[in-house]
Structures are given as C-alpha cells and as structure tokens.
Write a protein that binds this ligand. Structure first.
Ligand SMILES: [Zn+2]
Length: 72
C-alpha cells in the first residue's frame, strides 16, 4: 500500500493537497511541510482519513500523483 502525506501549507486555491509518497511526485511539499497520513489502499482512503482529522480544511488529491482524487 502506498504511503500518503498531506501538505500542511494551504494552496492558493484553499486546498490542502494529499500526495502519494511512493509515486515520485514532482510536486511534493518540502519535507518540513509534510504531515504523514500513513498507509492507505487508495488516495480516496487517504483523503477521507485526512478529512476526518482536519474537518475544517478543504482536502484534495494532488493532480499529478493522486489524480483520481483530484477535484479542484
Ligand atoms: Zn503529488
């Protein structure tokens, strides 16, 4: 299962993006801005886990490494 992280910095569009750490994404946040989400079977699981932890944030998948979870 891939390991996911979330960017603790909010994007300019108001989203906090979830990245697949194992996908060699070129848009990963700096290591100090990554919050580990642990192992998840799919990016949907990772996003819903992050939403349960940060219910007041808009959370979205990265366009590049979690494209099926990218909505905005
Ligand atoms: Zn990414």
């Amino acid at each position: 299962m891939p390991n996911y992280i979330i960017n603790k910095n909010t994007q300019s569009n108001g989203d906090n993006e979830v990245h697949n750490k194992d996908a060699n994404c070129g848009h990963m946040p700096l290591i100090e801005n990554q919050i580990d989400l642990g192992w998840h079977a799919t990016c949907h699981d990772a996003v819903s886990y992050a939403k349960s932890k940060w219910a007041n944030n808009r959370i979205n998948g990265c366009y590049y490494c979690a494209n099926t979870c990218h909505t905005s």
